[in-house]
Design a protein around this ligand. Structure first.
Ligand code: HEM
Length: 404
């Protein structure tokens, strides 16, 4: 049986898989786009309130306090609206009013009290802002942070809009890759396998790569639970979300050290071969030969321009993730409230792009290209694969082989 027939059969299966994945991802993209415009916010604190007249205030005052609370509670539900200015006359609670807070079902009042035993800095952060003092309709003090002006901006920007946009970036990029697989098929070894192998990566390189890869995937999955758990897991039950949230929080912290260490070792091992040069420009202009099987691929040394971009994304992205991650692990230790919110936004934004980029890397290393995975699995690649994708590197290896 010829290689062409074997490849032809493989490609059909990959293409069908790509088409199915593209259709599912397209549906997910439509859903996320709808979520952006559906008018409800992702993080609406669920709570209720009652205003009671303690007998000293007049009936008119009670009505006024009710109106204020209704207005403020509605603010929690509606996006893109700022509330009445606290400086406006009549905004502050009227004398003689007592607010009775009704905890959410299943929450105990003891919980917020336990949370209030933090250090002085934490207590300062948890104190409701002066602008809203006495008016929070939330049942525990730290949740009232949502109602403060910065908290409201954070909730609408970070926890809602950006979260949906992030999902669109990841799903959109995965959709394009699935479409590429469906239309273009798997990149073949054009000449078929030579059946002789060339050593490409040593044990230390592969071990470091897989340690970094598994910890990155762990960080990505646990991060997705933290950011999207409410959308993806809550429909299956609050208990499951609680368990998943607990595992994700600890899992995120556990995966962080091997990831940081892996980035450091990979940087030391591979930086010398990833300095950009003139060949990279030619490779990029030809799209790396990824979009067509016609003619030879642009020449490359050990790492082509696409791989250099992957390397530098891992390095710079990794450093940013580790830096912002450490600041998030020690809330308010290094930063104030506003800077802390920006760091959170930066962490989420860089994570989103890294996840999208590494979905691309995983795609090309597995289903997207015949023969690529061998490089990182056994450390040895087919000679024809090396000739087609890393011609100049193979020439160097062959020179060394004949010199021996
Ligand atoms: C299941 C997940 C992954 C698979 C299947 C995979 C596969 C591969 C393969 C086959 C190569 C060698 C390509 C060559 O021969 O030059 C490679 C290289 C590399 N991988 Fe991965 N990888 C994965 C995840 C990751 C992750 C998560 C990171 C970093 C956070 C990463 C970083 C790198 C880097 C920097 C290189 C060298 C540059 C390059 O070849 O692109 N990999 N990977």
């Amino acid at each position: 049986m010829s290689d062409v027939i074997v490849r032809g059969r493989d490609f059909t299966a990959y293409r069908i898989g790509g088409a199915i994945a593209a259709a599912l991802l397209f549906a997910a993209l439509l859903w996320q786009t709808y979520e952006i415009f559906d008018g409800d916010a992702m993080t609406v604190p669920e709570t209720s309130w009652t205003a009671v007249n303690d007998g000293e205030g007049s009936g008119e005052n009670a009505v006024l306090a009710d109106d204020i609370l209704v207005a403020r509670t509605r603010l929690l539900d509606e996006r893109f609206k700022t509330g009445p200015s606290p400086e406006e006359p009549g905004f502050a609670a009227q004398a003689g009013q007592t607010l009775v807070e009704e905890p959410i079902d299943g929450y105990s009042k003891a919980l917020p009290e336990a949370w209030m035993t933090g250090d002085a800095e934490m207590l300062r952060m948890l104190r409701p802002g002066q602008r809203t003092e006495g008016l929070s309709s939330l049942p525990y003090v730290n949740a009232a942070l949502f109602e403060r002006p910065e908290g409201r901006d954070w909730r609408l920007g970070m926890a809602d809009f950006i979260t949906h946009l992030g999902a669109l970036v990841i799903l959109g990029f995965a959709f394009l890759l699935a479409l590429l697989l469906a239309i273009r098929g798997r990149v073949p070894i054009a000449e078929g396998r030579a059946r002789t192998k060339v050593k490409r990566f040593g044990f230390l390189e592969r071990a470091t790569h897989w340690m970094t890869a598994t910890s990155f995937i762990g960080l990505a999955l646990t991060g997705i639970v933290i950011a999207y758990g409410e959308t993806l897991i809550l429909p299956f039950g609050g208990d499951l979300l609680g368990q998943a949230g607990w595992i994700a929080t600890w899992g995120h912290a556990v995966c962080f050290p091997p990831f940081a260490f892996g980035i450091l070792i990979m940087g030391i091992m591979w930086v010398g071969r990833n300095i950009p040069d003139r060949l990279d420009w030619i490779w990029l202009k030809n799209g790396g030969g990824l979009f067509s099987d016609e003619g030879p691929n642009p020449p490359a040394k050990k790492f082509n321009a696409g791989q250099k971009l992957i390397f530098w994304s891992a390095m710079l992205g990794g450093i940013l993730m580790v830096g912002t991650g450490v600041m998030l692990m020690f809330p308010f230790f290094f930063l104030g409230l506003e800077a802390q919110a920006w760091v959170m936004l930066g962490h989420a934004t860089v994570a989103t792009f890294l996840i999208a980029i590494f979905i691309g890397h995983i795609y090309i290393g597995t289903v997207g290209m015949q023969g690529a995975i061998d490089a990182m699995w056994s450390g040895r690649v087919d000679r024809n694969w090396a000739k087609e994708h890393h011609e100049l590197w193979l020439k160097d290896i062959e020179k060394e082989e004949t010199a021996r």
